[in-house]
Design a binder for this molecule. Structure first.
Ligand code: CO
Length: 436
């Protein structure tokens, strides 16, 4: 059988498509479930007792926005450990508040809350809309939760004209967080009264008799695209960190990888951008509970879970800060990492990143085996370093870990950018990790 070779551009296009149909973490998990269905994965519910078959393909969802996918290997986890890739499904953004509507000067505006460390100014002058999960009562009094997605541009945060904001280029583009972030939704008049927000929600929820609550993410409706003289770059929202989720799943969902003897896991969590402290976040019990249940479902020896942990390894995958040639002083000059020059191993001795000499060397070797170039990143000493889910999951489980990711520009912008070849390289090295 000839094997279809996917080019880097095909893989990057698949990532852009994945992001475009996943405008919120709830949608990202739905999109992943759809992809898993084509590979005969079976959903497990945490409320059920699990019967696992060797070679079985399973996934568990918690909170509708975190998902753990696993292939139950032929060999006992106490002998092989778990091979885990972790990433996050959420991205910094604006979220619609519970009482969002105000009317000023015949304009209906929606009040928003800031989710995580978004670069606020990048939300200005873009064709925004919203998507997420809505909870409502049916006419029979049942409580339902459904996803909504408004793909047409509905919302906008217009800039103030430079004539009214003369210092903008010297002082930077700033929005006062409480008073200046409300998004314009509609003109209102006697014929078109306010509360068009609720009318819109109702239009996608025909079974809703009474809308009660929501988790709604503001997103940019512009689709992902390639750019650069040779289309070597791509741009989209949410590249941090749907790119790592996508790479992990592409590495797993390959028939040759799925036949592995070991138990392979992709653990994709919500709430990383706000600290991961939640029932479905990386700092919660989701991964520990799931791995313990996998171990317990196949072994009665109470030591086997600890033995499995001692054999296990986690790749914590999150995006990295690519060198920006216009701002050379933002970086430690000896640890610049470049777009389209390979995957990045992230090092921070204060354990913001989990890599240590041993786990770095292991990852380097997988890169060499997969013929994938790698680069080393270390943050400037005089700037606080970001963190990932790595330190939380590896400390809770007591499992060795490395922090890696692909170089990107404009992390936490509404419109981020990265390199076509790096995405493909990351998929290759993740496959190598799963197959080793
Ligand atoms: Co991230």
């Amino acid at each position: 059988m000839t094997k279809l070779q996917l080019t880097p551009h095909t893989q990057a296009q698949a990532l852009l498509d994945f992001i475009d149909v996943s405008p919120s973490p709830w949608h990202a998990v739905k999109t992943i479930e759809t992809q898993l269905a084509t590979f005969q994965f079976q959903r497990l519910y945490e409320t059920d007792t699990w019967q696992l078959e060797t070679g079985g393909r399973y996934y568990v969802v918690r909170g509708d926005s975190s998902i753990i996918v696993f292939v139950h290997g032929q060999k006992a986890v106490a002998e092989t450990g778990f091979k885990i890739i972790g990433a996050h499904t959420d991205s910094p953004s604006l979220r619609i508040k519970p009482n969002p509507t105000t009317v000023t000067a015949a304009l209906e505006r929606l009040n928003v809350e800031i989710y995580g460390g978004a670069i606020l100014a990048t939300f200005a002058d873009r064709e925004l809309s919203f998507a997420g999960r809505v909870s409502y009562q049916t006419e029979h009094g049942e409580l339902n939760h459904e996803l909504v997605n408004f793909s047409q541009p509905l919302l906008r945060l217009p800039n103030l004209a430079i004539h009214l904001n003369r210092g903008v280029n010297e002082e930077g583009l700033k929005f006062q967080k409480q008073n200046e972030l409300s998004l314009i939704l509609a003109n209102v008049s006697e014929q078109l009264p306010a509360l068009q927000f609720m009318t819109l929600l109702q239009s996608q929820l025909p079974n809703a008799a009474k809308i009660l609550a929501w988790d709604l993410n503001v997103f940019d409706t512009q689709k992902g695209s390639f750019w650069g003289a040779n289309n070597e770059f791509f741009a989209n929202g949410q590249i941090d960190n749907l790119a790592s989720c996508h790479a992990a799943l592409r590495a797993l969902l390959d028939e040759s990888v799925l036949q592995n003897d070991s138990t392979l896991v992709c653990a994709l969590f919500d709430h990383e951008e706000v600290g991961s402290e939640s029932h479905c976040g990386a700092s919660g019990s989701f991964l520990t509970d799931t791995l313990r249940r996998i171990s317990d479902a196949t072994s009665e020896n109470s030591q086997d879970f600890s033995r499995a942990m001692a054999h296990s390894f986690i790749i914590s995958a999150d995006m990295a800060h690519a060198f920006h040639p216009n701002f050379p002083n933002a970086y430690d000059g000896q640890h610049n990492v470049h777009v389209n020059q390979g995957v990045v191993i992230k090092v921070n001795v204060n354990q913001r990143y989990t890599s240590d000499g041993v786990s770095e060397a292991m990852f380097m070797q997988w890169c060499e085996q997969a013929n994938v170039p790698y680069q080393l990143y270390s943050h400037r000493n005089d700037l606080p370093c970001g963190s990932t889910i790595g330190s939380m999951v590896s400390s809770k489980l007591g499992v060795k870990s490395v922090d890696v990711g692909n170089p990107m520009w404009a992390m936490h912008s509404c419109r981020e950018s990265a390199g076509v070849f790096d995405h493909s390289a990351m998929i290759q090295v993740m496959k190598q990790f799963f197959q080793n």
